[in-house]
Design a protein around this ligand. Structure first.
Ligand SMILES: Nc1ncnc2c1ncn2[C@@H]1O[C@H](COP(=O)(O)OP(=O)(O)OP(=O)(O)O)[C@@H](O)[C@H]1O
Ligand SMILES: [Mg+2]
Length: 394
């Protein structure tokens, strides 16, 4: 039977007394019938919809073809527990290793052909778990998925959702999941670990157990066709029972050299310095995430614009990169002297005495003095060099 999935959703809406869900999917069914040339049938459905009570009709009138009712809110704070956005492909570009890109496309294809696959009993539930270190593009990937599927993205605000009042979180969750079923969308649980921490964690055991159980129940009650994406930095903290409910898992690794070069090219864009050695920059940025590269590029662009330059300066890019990497390696560079010594050890070929003198507006003699000074003797704050890399550019 054609359009069975829409009919089932209309039925679900009626059975759950969820009028928005029933009418949204009826509208969608009318659109599909019209596309098939069944104008008469489409018209009959629309006439029925026109007779819907005023509250439903006005909820449908809101948004750009996205017909969601009022956003669910937390009872205490009155804050919305979800955000609705309609991401666009051009603003959600994400660069990923080929193997990961292929897995992502496999997920997209399974979603797009869900009904077809279901008819032959080969469908997987449209549920994807994205995991990896902070700043590797997990949230951006969820936005890309919604853009690619041309569906609204319902991002669950886990901070608002995890309400300290006992029982309130489970109620909030229920509202969000009901809401997501009103109309086709991508339901995105960002920073999922806040909700799905393993049962038996020493902290707040009772409340966490209740949340995990509520999550399991809500996920189980979702039809397989509902698109659920979750992201986490701590995959190992997820409850195995929750983990199992995701048919697709995508790891987001730190970018390798090739990907780092592509990220630099993309993020610096037209501001890339003329004399930039891309492979050198890619090698020096080992350990940097996409977010770090974006951050450093934006900083360098801002400096260029504010100083009236059309392009960023290589040394400024490298300096910002070096200092950001130092921070991510736990180095606390609180003085100019510490910064200078770090940069010199990190990339000696770039941070010559002359370059450092011009970057920090100091004399050559002063910079030489700083470099030859034993760390800790001057500021009484012994530097740690744990994890420091001395790399000569190729
Ligand atoms: N692989 C990538 N390709 C393109 N942009 C990226 C990539 N990784 C990170 N970024 C950029 O870095 C910024 C942060 O990325 P995002 O918020 O998606 O990271 P995240 O993995 O969700 O981090 P967190 O775990 O901290 O939430 C975004 O603006 C994104 O465009
Ligand atoms: Mg994120």
């Amino acid at each position: 039977m054609e359009h069975l999935s829409e009919i089932l959703k209309i039925l679900d809406g009626a059975l759950k007394a969820n009028a928005s869900m029933a009418t949204n999917y009826a509208g969608l069914l009318a659109d599909k019938l019209e596309e098939d040339g069944e104008r008469q049938q489409a018209r009959l459905i629309r006439e029925r919809l026109a007779r819907a009570p005023i509250a439903i009709a006005s909820a449908q009138g809101a948004g750009h073809g996205v017909h969601f009712g009022q956003l669910p809110t937390d009872n205490d704070s009155r804050l919305n527990t979800v955000d609705i956005t309609q991401p666009l492909l051009e603003s959600t570009d994400v660069l990923l290793p080929d193997a990961i890109q292929a897995r992502l496309m496999e997920f997209i294809q399974c979603v797009e052909h869900h009904d077809e696959l279901q008819r032959v009993g080969a469908a997987l539930a449209n549920r994807l778990l994205i995991y990896g270190p902070p700043g590797t593009g997990k949230t951006q990937t969820a936005r890309w998925i919604a853009a690619r599927l041309k569906l609204p993205l319902l991002t669950v605000r886990c901070d608002t959702l995890v309400n300290s009042l006992l029982g309130q979180t489970s109620r909030n969750l229920r509202r969000v999941f009901d809401y997501a079923q009103q109309s086709p969308c991508v339901l995105f649980l960002d920073e999922f670990d806040a909700l799905a921490g393993a049962r038996g964690n020493e902290r707040d055991i009772g409340e966490l157990q209740r949340v995990v159980i509520a999550l399991l129940q809500n996920i189980d009650a979702l039809p397989d066709s509902t698109i659920l994406v979750a992201s986490t930095n701590h995959e190992q903290l997820l409850d195995p029972a929750i983990d199992r409910r995701f048919a697709f898992h995508i790891p987001m690794p730190l970018p390798d050299t090739t990907l780092r070069e592509a990220l630099w090219r993309k993020k610096l864009g037209a501001f890339a310095p003329d004399d930039l050695d891309w492979s050198d920059l890619a090698a020096l940025s080992s350990g940097a995430t996409g977010a770090t590269i974006e951050h450093v590029s934006l900083d360098a662009k801002r400096t260029a614009v504010l100083s009236g330059q059309a392009r960023a300066d290589t040394l400024i890019v490298l300096r910002r990169l070096g200092l950001t990497l130092a921070l991510s390696q736990g180095e606390r560079l609180s003085t100019t002297e510490q910064e200078i010594r770090w940069l010199r050890e990190w990339a000696p070929a770039h941070f010559t005495i002359r370059a450092l003198a011009s970057q920090y507006d100091l004399s050559l003699r002063r910079v030489t003095g700083i470099i030859n000074e034993t760390p800790g003797t001057r500021d009484g704050n012994k530097e740690t060099h744990k994890g420091k890399k001395t790399r000569k550019p190729q």
